[in-house]
Design a binder for this molecule. Structure first.
Ligand code: ZN
Ligand code: ZN
Ligand code: FE
Length: 756
């Protein structure tokens, strides 16, 4: 007797070849019925013998297409309907909106085989793709995800491509970006003024130019890259100089894992991450004595590496390069360029040549950056390949929009039990990035169909995002404290409810008392927090300048530790610091002029790095702290530390530590040992104070967030130590520990407060 079932499937099941997969599965088991896209995902009705139905249901999740992610399957039994075939029903306009959209995905192995197969009609075609791979998020203008609503709209499929597109048994059935040599986008080579140079073999010509040391702007998936041969010192230097990027590490792309292994160490976890369909940049240890120019990542033990993820990359890397530098096509902190004309304007002074194509990028998306810590992938920059996959919340919440912080900006939208964190936007310090933020808000709101009821921003009155929130009157607004947002973002990704002890070790965040917070311990839940401990305040002479010039922080900590007398003994101060400059800083601090108070943990790292003689001025955010970690020498020695209960609060003393760092520095102890002892001290101190506070407040869960947790030595060892003392420890994985997580925390806090 025939049985009929209705099956609802939720998750990323649209635009990933799910319906043809169901069609083929039904055929194989001789089942009738239909499959259709619905607002929530996919609905299947299936009719046939009981045993066949069971097989069908068992195989469905196991053999689903590679890009599909099933989050829920619900089944209900219905009376027989006597279907006589199985069909793919077309869905009605507007129906598919609530479904999840797949991120952009690396070229699959089937397409790759065809790409290098001389017999294939797409031999060497730089835009080959199928339902299992290719662009998605960056080419979608609106939903439902159909060709007319993508940047493929202008390309009419040829007969052969159409046949594939409409054949449910074909790998390219409903592959929206489907294209070939005769009907799809094309690549061409141009000079810096956009004058066309070559169209017959643009990619080989581009490869030749690269091997001659040229700088090439390459249009990719989510934006332009600037490329040079990574083994050529002068080329890398020239790129740095022209791009205005003095020291920040540049990412590399190599053709294979074997190539990467010639210059870096990759473990099993890194291997898996590198070859995953998301193809992020992965931070791996550099192999000593390798052929990569040291200018790629000066004074850095690590390199950021990735494998090719578009057919164009595969074709370019098929030429004999050990590695290409592939860095975002932008000037310093501006957003990555995506449009051909815009690229010429913005990158014309940097690139010698352009490798253009005519498939428009509708939304920019930088490469994502991850690293493995304690066997788990950790996001550093979450963008291409991961956006717009949502973070699943522990329950459904009202729809809200959060604008994030200032540095490493992202936005976040909530819908039901999902939080959509947008792609990396950059530092919101100029109008270009602000514009990018607004585009991202529009775009995500449209394709996710979210109608926010609340707009959330940082407590900082001067942030551009705060000004954006205040300048509009469509939505009510809410300000959220920076470190509360940090802690709640980590709670959200781990689905935590109730009160936790939150360790927010960070650079900068505006505090309720108007000072600069950043070494904070909170007792927090999703709505409120209490600040139960923090570093004692020290002044930041010069305000923001003290962040760019860590030697100022060293002077501030010395002043706070010893008073101004310390500066009288010239022999005991680094000679590179100018006397009259120090005098000015002391005057400023004494009079409280332009010297905001801070409890920041990041600034303490800066001060120690400067005093140890590592770095007085930085070229990119966090550089001094990064170099302090990089030079670390393992030791069991540590400095004495102090914290004391003052009323309701515990105050941690930075000066107790700084005093001993100073003694070490003046008695000639080198930076590696100072760094080792300093790290050990922080680990012991935060472990002890966490245990103390957990006991005091009756908690057993510790949640870590904040830019300082990008320090892997600290993250690994503190996590281990806390876990070893019987506490449950939660650290950032899916969302960066840095300020890219602020929007998620804000959104959850806002939504929970709105609801309550
Ligand atoms: Zn493919
Ligand atoms: Zn075609
Ligand atoms: Fe922060």
């Amino acid at each position: 007797m025939a049985l009929r079932l209705r099956v609802h499937i939720q998750g990323i099941v649209q635009g990933v070849g799910f319906r043809p997969f169901v069609y083929q599965l039904a055929h194989r088991h001789r089942l009738n019925g239909y499959v259709v896209n619905t607002p929530r995902g996919v609905e299947i009705e299936i009719e046939g013998a009981q045993e066949a139905l069971q097989h069908f249901l068992r195989e469905l999740p196991k053999t689903a297409p590679p890009l599909a992610t099933i989050t829920q399957i619900d089944t209900e039994e219905l009376p027989a309907a006597d279907y006589f075939n199985f069909e793919i029903k077309s869905s009605e306009e507007g129906e598919e909106r609530a479904a999840l959209i797949s991120p952009d995905t690396a070229t699959c192995s089937d397409c790759l085989r065809e790409l290098f197969d001389q017999q294939d009609r797409r031999y060497l075609y730089p835009f080959i793709n199928c339902t299992n791979c290719g662009p998605r998020y960056t080419i979608i203008n609106d939903i439902p995800y159909d060709r007319p609503k993508t940047s493929m709209a202008g390309f009419t499929m040829c007969k052969e491509c159409s046949r594939e597109y409409y054949d449910p048994m074909d790998r390219r059935f409903h592959a929206q970006p489907n294209a070939c040599w005769s009907c799809g986008p094309q690549v061409w080579l141009a000079d810096a003024a956009a004058e066309v140079l070559g169209i017959s073999k643009p990619i080989s010509e581009a490869a030749d130019l690269l091997s001659q040391g040229a700088i090439l702007a390459v249009k990719g998936l989510g934006g332009f890259h600037l490329a040079v041969d990574a083994t050529q010192k002068e080329a890398v230097e020239r790129l740095r100089w022209r791009k205005g990027r003095e020291e920040k590490p540049l990412a590399l792309m190599s053709s294979s894992l074997e190539q990467i292994e010639t210059y870096a160490f990759i473990g099993e976890d890194e291997r898996q991450l590198l070859t995953s369909s998301r193809r992020p940049i992965v931070i791996v240890p550099r192999r000593p004595g390798n052929i990569i120019a040291s200018e790629v990542a000066p004074r850095n033990r690590y390199l950021g590496v990735m494998l090719p993820y578009t057919p164009l990359h595969h074709l370019l890397l098929a030429h004999p390069f050990v590695a290409l530098v592939m860095t975002s096509g932008n000037i310093s902190e501006e957003p990555i360029a995506i449009d051909n004309l815009e690229a010429v304007k913005r990158l014309g002074d940097i690139a010698d040549y352009f490798l253009f194509h005519d498939r428009d990028i509708l939304l920019r998306s930088d490469d994502s950056v991850l690293r493995i810590v304690r066997a788990r992938p950790r996001q550093i920059r979450r963008s291409r390949g991961y956006v717009p996959v949502p973070i699943f919340l522990r329950k459904s919440v009202p729809e809200v929009l959060a604008l994030g912080g200032e540095l490493k900006g992202t936005i976040c939208l909530t819908k039901e039990n999902r939080a959509f964190v947008g792609q990396h936007i950059g530092d919101l310090e100029n109008l270009e990035t602000l514009e990018f933020l607004e585009q991202t808000v529009d775009h995500l709101q449209r394709i996710l169909e979210v109608r926010p009821r609340l707009l959330i921003h940082d407590l900082h009155p001067d942030y551009l995002t705060t000004q954006v929130a205040e300048a509009q009157d469509e939505l009510p607004t809410m300000a959220v404290q920076h470190h509360h947002a940090h802690v709640v973002s980590c709670m959200a990704e781990h689905g935590l409810e109730g009160k936790v002890l939150g360790l927010a070790l960070d650079g900068t965040g505006y505090g309720e008392d108007g000072t600069v917070w950043g070494g904070e311990i909170l007792v927090a839940d999703e709505k409120n927090y209490e600040r139960v401990a923090h570093f004692e305040y020290v002044p930041m002479p010069g305000g923001a300048k003290a962040i760019k010039e860590p030697w100022r922080m060293a002077v501030a900590y010395l002043w706070a530790t010893f008073g101004k007398e310390i500066f009288k003994d010239e022999r005991r101060l680094p000679t590179r610091w100018e006397r009259d400059q120090i005098e000015i800083l002391v005057q400023m601090m004494q009079r409280g002029l332009n010297s905001p108070l801070t409890s920041s943990c990041g600034r303490l790292f800066d001060g120690v790095a400067a005093l140890a003689g590592l770095r007085d001025r930085i070229a990119y955010e966090g550089q001094a702290a990064i170099e302090l970690e990089q030079c670390l020498e393992q030791t069991t020695e540590k400095y004495r530390y102090e914290f004391r209960q003052v009323g309701e609060k515990v105050l941690l003393s930075p000066t107790t530590i700084f005093e001993q760092v100073y003694e070490d520095a003046v008695s000639g102890v080198g930076p590696p040992l100072i760094s080792g002892k300093f790290h050990q001290t922080l680990i012991e101190m935060f472990a002890e104070v966490s245990q103390y506070l957990c006991k005091l407040h009756g908690l057993n869960r510790v949640v870590c967030s904040g830019g300082v947790f990008q320090n892997i030595f600290l993250l690994e060892n503190l996590e281990e130590k806390l876990a070893g003392s019987g506490l449950e420890v939660y650290t950032p994985e899916l969302i960066p520990a840095n300020d890219a997580c602020i929007s998620l925390g804000q959104a959850v806090i806002g939504a929970m407060r709105l609801e309550g």
